[in-house]
Design a protein around this ligand. Structure first.
Ligand SMILES: Nc1ncnc2c1ncn2[C@@H]1O[C@H](COP(=O)(O)OP(=O)(O)OP(=O)(O)O)[C@@H](O)[C@H]1O
Length: 746
């Protein structure tokens, strides 16, 4: 009895869906905007949802409910809390829903994800896509985490639909199960490399029915890093399809666009006319910080913003690991996290989820710079200079998302002045303010780091690598106007190493080993200067540079003015960042230098292990001595043993020297003998075989005499009796050889 009822209900649902799809198709077709129409929002809502037969234009509506969307999608959107569209959604959705290709650009955090997720769900729904139809839509993302995040949005919006989907990212583990299932998934969200892997390895992997291809962070995906993979993907999917490209910094390369064969695309750049390229709710600051002060500055910043959720960008995995481990040991008073590409995907996911919830500091490489939507990030701090302006825009875009407020701070070395100029340039449209730190409050942590490294030798190794990879990262950057190692002095490198707590400046081997680096790039580095100088040990004078403490502290980002008793944390932060507006803001001409280079004292003769370290009472103690105290009461350095070892080495060297000299003399004598025998043979040939040995001419005799003289010379090494003995033996051998020769010729 029940079965027919269920079948009837299913049939009714199907019929309702077919009706709905018919209505949607008619509406989409009848009310679609003209191509190239810039879809500006009307002053008020477009009115109620149409009933059957009504097909109002949907090009200018502001609410999701006013779009020709399926009820299931509308329910999903409502349940996820989305009612009103953002600018990019208003501009892109009407064109995307009627099947047009789109090249879309809008500021970070402006809602681009929904602008492609809604059309793809709707497309599959209207096509009545089912499991047996296979892959209907592919979304390419540059990173694993972003792919995971996009998939979450699809799950939310499509929660009332019946599509299957999957995220294909990460390592090969579990690939066999994936291969079995991939053909039955309707929506794939993947990194390009992993998709290519399926094209190469999965038998019968079929995308021939693909309806829609999305490239999120399209400029990065079309960049040379993914070139081969994207070309391979494009060659495997149907030419007739809908293609959507989105990014905050869109590609302008016609060649790139040709590669994905867009068909008469709509170019949608909603913020093109905007005053700024970054969100209006974002406050941006730059500080000029010498390389060797960056860690001190970062530490001081974190200590002063213990109630803020902060992302800190560093340029390499090693740096992220090192700074995270060191700061963790130094305990700033706020939870710390780190994230980089060498982590497993599940670990990355856990970190992002954790960071989403908790107020903490996340140290990260650029793996989190694009697309990641983390809730309520207060600050983005760029300790290392971004590769270019686009990279800067994406990094700062991790805060101030979707109308929320946020702040960003970038540390630039005086040597990276060109980047500040680029940021300030009118065409960059980045309203950045330059701030000077209050230097007398800057905490100097190099000594503390050095102490940590003494206790944890593995961290010292990590520190060395962090040092080298930082320089490597700078060296490999293309923009030599900004990144040029030759602008840094050897003393600066040494001071930087010291600021990482390293007792000796590590050698930089990569310079000579680097492959794929043009000769011109190689010339940019004064290798001689670096190599010779980096082998020396350098110390920073413990005294803080006087120029540093004389800084004007009014424009201070690090040190909030003392809050009034009833002010909350946000107000305090605002106090910091709204110092009396002064000429130091965007209008500042020329680069302000809050610091002068720290004066360094290079003590090349200082023996290692004499770095100044302080005990609990603040008295200076040599660090190695303190380690020795922990290990044993014996003195660490045994002078008598060292001198004994030196004496042994000297004796050995003298012995080797003598042997070498003898060997050399022997070789010379043998050569001489050969030459002499040759001459003799010639003479015998000239005078005729069998003639008496003493019947030679005067000249021959003279030569003989001369040779004899030479022989005597060789044998007359008065200082060396052994050699004289050798000479006698040789004379005998010589006579024997001559005899043999004359016998041969006779
Ligand atoms: N119409 C909307 N109403 C409310 N919130 C929205 C809407 N659209 C998007 N959001 C929210 O805005 C935030 C940013 O959206 P999204 O991640 O899509 O930005 P984006 O433009 O892709 O940013 P990025 O360029 O950094 O990738 C998300 O938390 C999202 O849930």
């Amino acid at each position: 009895m029940r079965r027919p009822q269920r079948r009837v209900a299913a049939k009714q649902t199907r019929l309702r869906e077919v009706d709905e799809i018919r209505l949607l198709n008619e509406w989409i077709d009848a009310g679609k905007p003209l191509p190239r129409t810039k879809l500006l929002p009307p002053s008020k809502s477009a009115g109620p949802v149409p009933t059957a037969g009504e097909h109002p234009e949907y090009g200018a509506c502001t609410l999701f409910d006013e779009l020709p969307l399926s009820q299931k999608t509308k329910d999903g959107l409502r349940k996820a809390g989305f009612t009103e569209m953002s600018e990019i959604q208003r501009a892109a959705l009407p064109h995307a829903l009627c099947g047009r290709d789109i090249l879309g650009a809008a500021k970070t955090g402006s809602g681009k994800t929904l602008a492609f997720v809604i059309p793809l769900i709707e497309k599959l729904y209207r096509e009545r896509w089912g499991p047996e139809d296979g892959v209907g839509c592919i979304i390419l993302s540059p990173t694993n985490d972003l792919a995971g995040q996009i998939f979450e949005v699809i799950k939310k919006v499509g929660q009332f639909h019946n599509f299957s989907g999957g995220v294909i990212v990460g390592k090969r583990k579990g690939i066999e199960i994936e291969k079995e299932r991939v053909n039955s998934l309707n929506i794939l969200v993947c990194t390009p490399g992993r998709l290519v892997q399926h094209f190469n390895e999965t038998a019968n992997f079929d995308c021939s029915q693909l309806q829609l291809l999305v490239l999120d962070e399209a400029d990065q995906i079309l960049d040379h890093g993914f070139r081969n993979q994207v070309d391979a993907i494009i060659s495997q999917i149907p030419k007739v399809r809908q293609t959507l490209l989105f990014s905050a910094t869109q590609t302008k390369s016609v060649k790139d666009l040709a590669r994905v064969s867009l068909r008469d695309p709509e170019y949608i750049s909603v913020h093109e006319e905007a005053r700024t390229a970054t969100p209006d709710t974002l406050e941006q600051y730059a500080m000029i910080v010498p390389l060797e002060q960056k860690l001190n500055m970062l530490w001081s910043f974190i200590k002063r913003h213990l109630n803020s959720k902060t992302i800190v960008f560093l340029s390499s995995v090693k740096q992220v690991k090192f700074v995270y481990e060191i700061f963790k040991k130094l305990r700033p008073g706020i939870p710390l996290k780190c994230m980089h590409g060498r982590m497993k995907h599940v670990v990355q996911q856990a970190i992002v989820a954790d960071f989403n919830e908790a107020t903490s500091v996340l140290f990260s490489t650029d793996i989190t710079s694009r697309g990641l939507d983390i809730k309520n990030v207060d600050w983005v701090v760029q300790v290392d200079c971004p590769e270019n302006i686009d990279n800067y825009i994406h990094r700062v875009g991790r805060t101030a998302r979707y109308n929320k407020k946020g702040k960003s701070l970038i540390f630039l070395c005086p040597e990276e002045e060109a980047m500040l100029e680029k940021l300030k340039a009118t065409e960059s449209k980045i309203p950045i303010h330059i701030r000077k730190p209050k230097a007398e409050q800057l905490e100097q942590i190099s000594q503390s780091i050095a102490s940590v490294l003494v206790k944890f030798p593995n961290l010292q190794e990590l520190g060395k690598r962090a040092f080298v990879t930082y320089l490597k990262a700078v060296y490999l950057q293309k923009d030599k106007k900004v990144f040029n190692l030759s602008r840094f002095s050897a003393e600066q490198f040494a001071a930087y190493a010291a600021s990482l707590g390293l007792p000796v400046t590590p050698k930089i081997r990569f310079i000579s080993h680097k492959k794929n680096v043009s000769k011109k790039d190689m010339e940019d580095i004064d290798m001689k200067q670096m190599k010779s100088s980096l082998e020396h040990e350098v110390t920073i004078t413990p005294k803080i540079n006087i120029d540093l403490t004389l800084c004007d502290g009014d424009d201070d980002i690090l040190y909030p003015k003392k809050p009034t008793a009833d002010a909350n944390m946000d107000d305090r932060l605002d106090d910091v960042l709204h110092p009396k507006e002064s000429a130091t803001d965007t209008n500042v001409t020329g680069l302000e230098r809050p610091f002068k280079k720290k004066k360094l004292k290079i003590n090349v003769n200082r023996p290692s292990g004499t770095r100044v370290k302080y005990d609990d009472e603040g008295n200076a103690i040599p660090p190695l001595a303190s380690v020795a105290e922990e290990v044993s009461l014996e003195p660490v350095v045994h002078k008598d043993k060292i001198s004994q070892r030196y004496a042994e080495m000297l004796r050995e060297m003298q012995k080797h020297d003598k042997e070498d000299k003898l060997e050399h003399k022997k070789t010379l004598r043998e050569k001489k003998l050969q030459k002499k025998m040759k001459l003799k043979r010639k003479r015998q040939e000239d005078t005729g075989a069998g003639s008496e040995e003493d019947s030679g001419s005067e000249s021959d005799r003279g030569q003989d005499t001369a040779n004899k003289g030479k022989k005597r010379y060789f044998n007359s090494d008065d200082e060396d009796n052994d050699a004289a003995k050798d000479g006698d033996v040789l004379a005998q051998q010589e006579a024997l050889a001559l005899k043999l020769l004359s016998n041969m010729h006779s």
